[in-house]
Write a protein that binds this ligand. Structure first.
Ligand code: AHR
Length: 503
């Protein structure tokens, strides 16, 4: 096959209407995500609540629809009651998951207030490590019940007369992992998740629940874990979670760029497991997936081993992302869009400082890492319907992965705006890739609004506090429209967003 790619974008070949929550993120009480990240009283940009406005502004630009909180591994030892009520009376606790001191200066009520300012919804994870059914119902009552009961009246006494109306709840976190406080076998977890789900919905029948899938497909118990957990919870939950992180440990960029194919395989096999249980139970209900932890994570692994325990908010998991990582994140976003019929929610893990698109200095500035840009583009321009990617592309093989297409792409149709957006990564590290996009099904001619490109000669370069703008998108892409066809040349190792007006 010649070294060029072709894509047919047909408005009748729809994967799914994209759930906005596909572009969610995650903030855990870990490292400097909360303290020194979103919350830093005394910072020059802090508002009256101690929320950093510089960070809020970067988050608002991302249009993050939902944020998972407060963990992560943290949640499995967390008592949510420590984080509510008068701030000066809250306890310092030994936080065993990340071996820090948790000062509890920020908790549920602060997070709900902060989320409103950030323009995002809350996805609350409950503790099913050290807590159980009783706390599961209590926390929903505190957050969502209007008034006239012990826990709802306590919330009111804390200054929150209106219920928080948190709709989406995770039943614990990575309960299959031996590193998890109170980890469980699939049967133990399936039972407690089922009983917790029951009482949580008895308190508030409008909530949606996410059961824990495997913490990764490398786990020995995967995918039997999924099957067993769903056997116990199928009729009680709406979502099953997936988690996956990718790294370039081998310094093999060609393979690293192909890892999104593994993410797709993971999604397909979890979907198959859900459908197996659906068939087994003769259920009419379809289980959806919540890919509520995904990202690149490897740069900070060695540094984290050297961190002294029992500090407040030390700099943990602070990956400094490169151009290469941004390409991988772009491919992973496209993989999620390709499966948006089943993956309804996903969370880029995480949002600030901890394996995050946004970095801050305590007392200093905040800036966008390389991965911020594909995430922002997908979240802002990727709303509407995901269209089936009918793609012809040359492919390459690496030792580990075969048949990796040089072109990774998908189109999103936003009917209301009269726009199609093509997201495309050229995985070719050596040369550009000519791309023809055929939009014949839309009839008439189209116009390029802009062709955004993220690229850099040095794939290992990053944005830093001293040079925060080294890697940022430009609008100099060369896509041109000719009737209903778009032609462009995708630069080597580049992320591209071709925005097309149909009006
Ligand atoms: O996101 C960092 C950690 O990764 C989370 O706490 C945990 O759920 C996962 O292992």
């Amino acid at each position: 096959m010649s070294h060029q790619a072709k894509m047919i974008v047909d408005k009748d070949f729809v994967i799914s209407a994209i759930d906005d929550r596909l572009y969610g993120s995650f903030i855990e009480h870990l490292g400097r995500a909360v303290y020194g990240g979103i919350y830093e009283p005394g910072h020059p940009s802090a508002d009256e609540r101690g929320f950093r406005k510089d960070v809020l502004s970067l988050i608002q630009d991302l249009r993050v629809p939902i944020i998972r909180y407060p963990g992560g591994n943290f949640v499995s030892g967390y008592d949510w009651k420590d984080g509510v009520g008068p701030i000066d009376q809250r306890p310092n606790r030994l936080e065993l998951a990340w071996r820090t001191i948790e000062p509890n200066k920020f908790g549920m009520n602060e997070f709900v207030e902060w989320s409103r300012k950030a323009g995002t919804d809350v996805m609350w994870a409950i503790n099913l490590g050290t807590h159980g059914v009783d706390e599961a119902r209590n926390v929903v009552e505190y957050a969502n019940h209007s008034s006239g009961s012990y826990w709802s009246d306590l919330r009111i006494s804390h200054g929150y007369a209106q219920p928080h109306a948190i709709k989406t709840w995770c039943l614990g976190n990575e309960m299959d992992g031996p590193w998890q406080i109170g980890s469980k076998t699939a049967v133990e977890y399936g039972r407690i998740a089922c009983e917790s789900a029951k009482v949580m919905k008895w308190v508030d029948p409008t909530i949606e629940l996410v059961a824990c899938g495997s913490s990764g497909r490398q786990m020995a118990s995967y995918p039997e874990w999924e099957a067993t957990v769903l056997d116990h919870t199928y009729e009680h939950v709406e979502f099953l979670s997936l988690h996956s992180y990718y790294g370039n440990h081998e310094k093999d960029t060609a393979t690293f760029l192909g890892r999104s194919l593994e993410m797709e395989d993971f999604i397909k096999s979890v979907t198959a497991t859900c459908d197996y249980i659906k068939a087994k139970k003769r259920s009419k209900k379809t289980m959806y997936l919540s890919f509520d932890e995904w990202n690149v994570w490897f740069h900070s692994n060695d540094a984290d081993k050297k961190i002294e325990p029992w500090q407040i908010a030390p700099p943990q998991l602070e990956d400094h992302y490169t151009m290469e990582d941004a390409l991988v994140v772009g491919c992973l976003l496209i993989a999620l869009l390709k499966h948006s019929d089943r993956v309804r929610m996903a969370c880029l893990a995480q949002l600030v400082n901890v394996i995050a698109p946004i970095m801050t200095e305590n007392g200093g500035q905040a800036w966008a890492q390389t991965i911020y840009f594909p995430y922002m583009h997908a979240s802002v321009y990727g709303r509407g319907q995901a269209l089936v990617p009918l793609v012809q592309s040359p492919k390459y093989d690496t030792k580990e992965i075969t048949d990796i297409p040089f072109l990774e792409s998908i189109a999103v149709y936003n009917e209301d705006a009269g726009e199609v957006t093509v997201f495309a990564v050229n995985r070719d590290l050596k040369g550009s890739l000519p791309l023809e996009v055929d939009l014949r099904s839309f009839g008439g001619s189209c116009r390029i609004i802009e062709h955004l490109v993220l690229e850099n000669e040095d794939l290992l370069t990053s944005n830093t506090s001293a040079s925060p703008n080294r890697v940022k998108p430009h609008t100099g892409g060369n896509a041109v429209a000719d009737g209903s066809k778009i032609n462009s040349t995708l630069g080597k190792a580049s992320w591209n967003v071709i925005r097309i007006s149909l009006l």
